[in-house]
Design a protein around this ligand. Structure first.
Ligand SMILES: Nc1ncnc2c1ncn2[C@@H]1O[C@H](COP(=O)(O)OP(=O)(O)O)[C@@H](O)[C@H]1O
Ligand SMILES: [Mg+2]
Length: 246
């Protein structure tokens, strides 16, 4: 599946998506996976990591949405035994669910400081430390929305997203970053992370309830930009790369 030389492309773990991507993700990039809740963002991240880890590539999941136990259990039901890969030292789960519990304000000694900013700095430092220790080839951060919900305005949100993306870019890994789609339809509002990420995959339900994935942007690649349908079954998510959606 990997064209352009093994150095250039990294298989996504989803054969149909690799077809759309012309071989896989460009190495070292940060790719945004944007979509409605329940659409399959976490599953895409898991397949991406599982596929790599099973081949011996260190893979790291930074989970802000669910504790490790729940993640492991849900992915096992889809045929992905992450516990085994963890035991082999190829997979690491970073539990970052604390970001959702950060108080609006906190104190250092007697001084009140912004809790959300402090929480963010701590998280970025943790991510940096864990990357330095584990040196992953693949990273997934799921979901950015759990981090930025305390920064509701676009002006406040932009630097937070930028810091997170720069942290991921400073490693040599190829990263997926998920985010919840805030608006749908033709005249939906573009989210700052769409400008800042180097690639964007959009997942959404079209008329008649058909779930589709579309490559909105992929810097440095010639890709299929049509929305393509996909199914989620016992073996995970399968993209039907040659099917049209009307
Ligand atoms: N074992 C399964 N069989 C079929 N579909 C499943 C299974 N597990 C999850 N799903 C589907 O996957 C969806 C959730 O995917 P997930 O990646 O958690 O979504 P997101 O992260 O975008 O919120 C559910 O809405 C369900 O349709
Ligand atoms: Mg999810």
């Amino acid at each position: 599946m990997e064209s352009g030389g093994p150095e250039a492309r990294l298989g996504s773990g989803l054969p149909g998506l690799d077809t759309m991507l012309d071989g896989g993700f460009n190495r070292g990039r940060v790719i945004l996976v944007l979509g409605e809740p329940g659409i399959g963002k976490t599953i895409i991240c898991s397949q991406y990591l599982f596929y790599g880890a099973a081949k011996g590539e260190g893979s790291m999941f930074i989970g802000m949405n669910e504790p490790k136990s729940r993640f492991m259990k849900e992915m096992l039901a889809l045929g992905m035994d992450f516990a085994k890969l963890e035991g082999e030292g190829k997979f690491k789960y970073i539990d970052a669910t604390d970001v959702r519990k950060i108080p609006e304000q906190t104190r250092i000694g007697r001084i009140a400081v912004g809790g959300r900013e402090l929480g963010l700095v701590n998280l970025l430092e943790t991510i940096q430390d864990e990357i330095a220790k584990f040196e992953p080839v693949r990273i997934a951060v799921d979901s950015m929305s759990d981090l930025v919900f305390r920064f509701p305005s676009v002006e406040d949100r932009r630097p937070v997203v930028l810091d997170l993306i720069e942290t991921l870019q400073s490693s040599s890994a190829t990263s997926l970053l998920t985010s919840e789609l805030l608006s749908t339809g033709e005249e939906r509002v573009l989210q700052p992370e769409e400008y800042l990420a180097e690639g964007v995959l959009l997942m959404r339900t079209l008329r008649k309830g058909i779930r589709t994935i579309q490559i909105l942007k992929m810097r440095g690649s010639r890709v299929d930009t049509h929305p393509r349908p996909y199914n989620i079954g016992a073996k995970g998510l399968e993209v039907l790369a040659t099917e049209e959606v009307y």
